[in-house]
Design a protein around this ligand. Structure first.
Ligand SMILES: [Zn+2]
Length: 133
């Protein structure tokens, strides 16, 4: 349904160019030794996954924004579902951040990559490859 949109690429962790190739080598984000491992190029469309050295440092800004959003969500959920207590909040918020770090890390990289690379249909990609050759 969302195929072809940036949201699809970000949430499914797919290549922002073709929305088919996986951005990461392993599917499970909680496989800690492989959390950041990405292929050099997209296995489907050959888009470079590392456009320049240090490219993904910028993903830290996205990660920061998502972590703040998570902290606000924990805060609101506590008030709505229970009552606010600062020590419980600090504990629950820290637990939420630690538990959700792996998916936030990967979604942040996907979002950062999507700022710079846009989707092309298979026909558009074929045309581009013809021009290059
Ligand atoms: Zn691709």
């Amino acid at each position: 349904m969302l195929e072809g949109t940036k949201i699809y690429s970000i949430l499914k962790l797919k290549c922002p160019r073709c929305h088919e190739g996986d951005l990461f080598l392993t599917k499970n984000p909680y496989n800690y030794s492989n959390i950041e491992k990405m292929p050099d190029v997209c296995p489907v469309c050959k888009e470079k996954y590392w456009p320049e050295p240090g490219f993904y440092y910028g993903a830290m800004y996205v990660s920061y924004a998502l972590t703040i959003a998570l902290s606000v969500a924990v805060f609101v959920a506590m008030i709505v579902l229970w009552h606010f207590d600062v020590m419980w909040y600090l504990g629950l918020n820290a637990a939420a951040i630690v538990l959700l770090f792996p998916p936030i890390f990967r979604v942040s990289r996907a979002a950062w990559f999507n700022f710079f690379v846009s989707y092309k249909t298979p026909e558009e990609r074929a045309l581009l490859n013809q021009k290059k050759a």
